[in-house]
Design a protein around this ligand. Sequence first.
Ligand SMILES: NC(=O)c1ccc[n+]([C@@H]2O[C@H](COP(=O)([O-])OP(=O)(O)OC[C@H]3O[C@@H](n4cnc5c(N)ncnc54)[C@H](OP(=O)(O)O)[C@@H]3O)[C@@H](O)[C@H]2O)c1
Length: 442
Amino acid sequence: MQQINIAIVGYGTVGNAVAQILEKEKELLAQKSGFLINLQKVYTRNWDKDFQFPLKDTQKASSLDEILNNPSIDIVVELTGGIEFPLYLFRECIKKQKHIVTANKALLAEKGKEIFQLAEEKNVRIGFEASVAGGIPVIRALREGLVANKIKNIYGILNGTTNFILTKMYAENKNFHEILKEAQEKGYAEADPTLDINGTDAAHKIAILASLAYGGFLDFSNIYVEGIENIEKLDIELGKELGYILKLLAISKAHNEQVEIRVHPTFLPQTNPLSSVNGVFNAILIEGNYVGETMFYGKGAGGEPTASAVVSDIVDIGKSLVLGVGREIEVTSMNWRHKDLNLKKVEDFYTRYYIRFTVPDIIGVLSKIAAIFARYKISIAAVIQKEKVVELYTKNTEKTVPLVILTHTASENNIQKAIKDIESQKITKSRTVIIRVEDPEE
Ligand SMILES: NC(=O)c1ccc[n+]([C@@H]2O[C@H](COP(=O)([O-])OP(=O)(O)OC[C@H]3O[C@@H](n4cnc5c(N)ncnc54)[C@H](OP(=O)(O)O)[C@@H]3O)[C@@H](O)[C@H]2O)c1
């Protein structure tokens, strides 16, 4: 049986799980793929610690050069994280014509254009199934299974940490910081969860999906991203009364010449299929013109689910090395390098809005706000005012009440102008909360 030789760079959570699967499932993988996968070398910067899956001494590389300068290594699996070092590693691997498998969404979302162009010049393949939604094979689904479709919209719950926090806030009526602490204790949130909480991680993933779906690169720094750090339990409660669940949603929509990509806390109707995706699970709902709606669900992180995707890429690239086919299919269906996507600006977004004002409990406030909304052509769908809730949740000495307005579809630009007007007239007593709503109009 033929053999392909691989190396892993970065031996942490995912690296250990990949090595373990390759060892434990050696025979199964050989049966399924028709070739043997040999984990020849692993390089990590510090061997002086305990590993979940200990390696043979002969597998341990003491320098990166042992991998880069070894002509028998066919595929390098990058599992370090971050951008600077992996970018260097990718450039070196491509120079040496070593194929690459990675789980690194940050690198691909921010440096994908350079990487894929270099790889194409050298006829190097890059497998990145694990970079989005861990074990869920959504990259392959977009690239192959849905190839007949024009992709209209993608809605993703792409970050397990934030979904865990929002699910618990909804179910247990606790505040953000209490649940974040619990998530860290349970290992569902990193010691430094910034990139999860502030939406960057989900934005990296939707950027990759959008690039694949619409066949072009995009400028990551121009994506609209808002995290969940300011979400209050009061809004989750009030949203519940309106029939909504709050999710950190990564959204990508195709318009004629433009692509709208945004990541922000979003109210979804409780009946939306994504609303039942709870805890650390991920899901991606993709709408294609022929297939209609398809939804992919599963574990979006964790060593083993992510390693499952990494191994699938090793097998996929290995197959094309052994059989000598596959390269053409991969290039034409990936399509990343052909154009730059034109991103819609945030002020041009149209959606529905949940807006919570904190206002004095006196007559005439609602009519003042309604008049300003009318001036900006914002149509109101529902209003809630809760006296009891405010006694429970606000610390203002002056008696204030939360006034929630749910709008019909409105322009972001007009919403922002209306809120500015309302705040400048000192009608409100503390920050106005704006949460976008994905709920199709009847
Ligand atoms: N964990 C998940 O659930 C998950 C899910 C999807 C995608 N990913 C992605 O998978 C990648 C790996 O994640 P992970 O969770 O396995 O991370 P991790 O546990 O922190 O492991 C990273 C490993 O890389 C090593 N490393 C970092 N920089 C290095 C360098 N410059 N040279 C050599 N070794 C270096 C680290 O060494 P030290 O231990 O000495 O720091 C560690 O062994 C990341 O891109 C991550 O975004 C992870």
